[in-house]
Design a protein around this ligand. Sequence first.
Ligand code: DNO
Length: 388
Amino acid sequence: MEKTWRWFGKNDKITLQMLRQIGVEGIVTALHEVKNGDVWTYEAIMDLKRYIERAGLRWSVVESLPVMESIKYGGPDREELIDKYIESLENLGKAGVRTVCYNFMPVIDWLRTDLEHPWPDGSSSLYFSRTEFAFFDIYILKREGARDDYSPAELAVVDNMNATATPAMRQKLIENIIIKTQGFVNGNISEEDSEPVKKFRALLALYKGIDRNALRNNMKYWLERIMPVCDKWDINMCVHPDDPPYQMLGLPRIVTCAEDIRWFLNAVPNVHNGLTFCAGSLSAGPKNNVPAMAREFADRTHFVHLRSTQVTPDGNFIEALHTGGRANVPELVDFYENNCRADLPMRVDHGRLMLDDADKGYNAGYSFHGRMFALAQVDGMMAMAHRN
Ligand code: DNO
C-alpha cells in the first residue's frame, strides 16, 4: 500500500516537510477553501498539486469532493449540481488526481459525542456514547418521534440526564455532535453558525419522505451520471461508509454493511464506482466482520482507511489503538499487502491526542503524534506482511 496522510492544506500546522520525515509518500487533501458545491478549477487544483510535488510528495487522493444534499435527497437543483461536480471531476482528471473519496450520508458526515475521552495513560480519543447521543436527540434537538428509537432502559438514563445536565454540558454536546466533527470536513455546519441546532433541524427536514430506497435510487442516479467522466479520465470514485454504520436521527443510511456495499457496487457495475474501505467505521457495526468484508470488496476498493474500535454491548464505542479493537488491522494489512496493488493508497485514520498534541488545535481525530504513532504501528505490520 502507499502510505498517505490526510493533510488540510497550506495552513495545516503539520507541514509537508514534517510528513516526509515520518515516511509519508502520498497526500490526501481537498480544496478546503472552495465553497461546497462550487467548481474546483483546473488552476486551483494544479496550484495545490505543484505545492505538494515541490515537497517531494504526490497528491494521491481527494478527500472529499463533497456531494451536495440536494443530490442526495433529489432536490430541484440536482442536475445543475451534478453538472458542476462533473466539471470538477473533469478538472481533476486533467490534472492527474484520480482517486476521489466522497460520502452519501444525509446531513451529517460522522458522529461522536466526546472528542477527548480520557484513557488511563493520559492520552485521549474519540468516543460515542449512545445515551448522550439520545439525550441530544430527545432533549436538545427535540426531534419528533425520537423517543421511539431508544429502549426503556436508555430512556430512563436519558431522562435522568436531563434533570441534571448543565448548560455547559448541553453546549458541549452540540459542539461535539454537529459543529466540531462537521466543520473541517466541509460539512453543513461550521463554527460561524449562530444557531446550529436550528440549522440542523432545517437540514433534517429536507429528508422528510426519503427512505433507504429513495436514497439508494438517488445514489444510483448520481453514479450513472458521473461514470462517463470517470471512464474518460480513469477516475476511481470511492464512497466512504456511514460512520457509525447504522440508522440515526430518522435519516436513511445506505453504506453500513456488506449487503449495502454489494447493493451499490452491483447497481452500477463499473470499476470506477468503488469503495473507501474505512475499517474503523465498519468496525463500529457489531455485526460487521471487517476482514471478511475487506476480502469480499478488494477488487472495488480504491482507498483504505485504517483504524479500529471497541464496541460495548450497550452500543457505545471507543476508538481503539490500531493494534487492537474489532477491525483487526494487522490482518487487514497482511491481506492488502499480499493481495492488492502496491500503490493502493492507505491512510491511518483518527489518532489519539497524546504528548503535546492537546493544545495544538488539530481537527478532531487528526492529531500529529497520535497519527504518527499509528502510522509507525502500521508500518511495522507492513514489514511483517513481507517477512517471508
Ligand atoms: C472523518 C472522515 C470523514 C470522511 C468523509 C468522506 O474523519 O473519515 O469525514 O472524510 O465522510 O466524504
